[in-house]
Write a protein that binds this ligand. Structure first.
Ligand code: SF4
Length: 232
C-alpha cells in the first residue's frame, strides 16, 4: 500500500477491544468540559506529515482529549504545544501551533507517528496492545525507509518500539540492546546497506515539561541534531 492507503486502513482498525471501547467512550461520555461542544474523532489516529520524510518522530499513543479528539497526532494538547513549537523553531513545521486538523499546519521533511495508534487509558497501552499495533508501525517504517535517515523516539516506549520494529524488519540493531536516554544515538543498518540513526528524547509529556526534566533548550538541541542527520 501507499502511505495514504495505510492511513485509511488504520483509521478503521478495531483490533484492540479495550482501546476501541476507551477511544469511543471518551468521545461520547468522557469529554473534557471545555471541548463539550466539539466533535470527537474517537478512532485510531493516523500519522501526519511529509510522505517523503527523511526524519520521523515516534511517540507513544494519542491523548484521549488530544489526538483522539482532533484526529491528528499531538494536535490539541499540551504535549503537542511543546512539540510543534519546537518543530517550528527548527524549521520542520510551517507554524508553531496545532489546534485542529484544518489549521493549515504542514510539516516538511518530517513525519510523526505513534507506536500505538489509539488512545489508551492513563496513556498506558498493555504489552498485548503494543504488539497488536506493531504491524502498522512496521509497514509505515518500511514504506518510509527509502528516504529515511533519522528517527526521533519520544520516551523509552517509543525507543523500544522502534528497536523492536527494526529487528522485525531485518535491520541490524547493535547488541546489547542500546539504552534509551535523552540525546542517545544508535545506528541501525538496513539490509540494502543504508543506515538510519535512532535518536532518543525525553517525551514532551506534561510530566516532563512541567518538572523541567525536559526544557525547551534540551528539545531544541535534540531536534537540531535530528535536522543535521536528516539533511546530511
Ligand atoms: Fe488497531 Fe492499533 Fe488501535 Fe489496536 S491500537 S485498535 S491495533 S490501530
Amino acid at each position: 500500500p501507499t502511505l495514504a492507503e495505510l492511513d485509511a486502513r488504520v483509521s478503521v482498525c478495531r483490533a484492540c477491544p479495550r482501546l476501541v471501547e476507551w477511544r469511543e467512550s471518551v468521545a461520547v461520555t468522557g469529554r473534557r468540559a471545555s471541548f463539550a461542544d466539539q466533535p470527537y474523532w474517537g478512532r485510531p489516529v493516523p500519522s501526519f506529515g511529509d510522505e517523503n520524510a527523511n526524519a520521523v518522530v515516534v511517540g507513544l499513543a494519542p491523548a484521549a482529549n488530544g489526538g483522539n479528539r482532533t484526529g491528528r497526532v499531538f494536535t490539541g494538547d499540551k504535549s503537542g504545544d511543546w512539540l510543534f513549537a519546537a518543530l517550528h523553531r527548527v524549521g520542520y513545521a510551517s507554524q508553531p501551533t496545532a489546534t485542529h486538523s484544518g489549521d493549515g499546519l504542514e510539516l516538511s521533511g518530517l513525519r510523526i507517528l505513534a507506536g500505538v495508534r489509539c488512545a489508551p487509558p492513563e496513556n498506558k497501552p498493555t504489552v498485548a496492545e503494543r504488539d497488536t499495533c506493531a504491524p502498522w508501525l512496521d509497514r509505515e517504517l518500511s514504506l518510509l525507509a527509502p528516504t529515511l535517515k533519522v528517527i526521533l523516539a519520544l520516551g523509552a516506549f517509543g525507543w523500544d518500539s522502534v528497536l523492536r520494529a527494526a529487528r522485525r524488519l531485518g535491520w541490524t540493531v547493535p547488541r546489547p540492546k542500546p539504552r534509551f536516554g535523552h540525546a542517545a544515538e544508535v545506528t541501525l543498518e538496513l539490509p540494502d546497506g543504508g543506515t538510519v540513526t535512532l535518536v532518543g528524547s525525553f517525551h514532551v509529556s506534561q510530566h516532563n515539561t512541567f518538572t523541567g526534566r525536559l526544557t525547551e533548550q534540551m528539545l531544541d538541541a535534540v531536534l537540531s541534531r535530528v535536522r543535521q542527520l536528516g539533511d546530511g
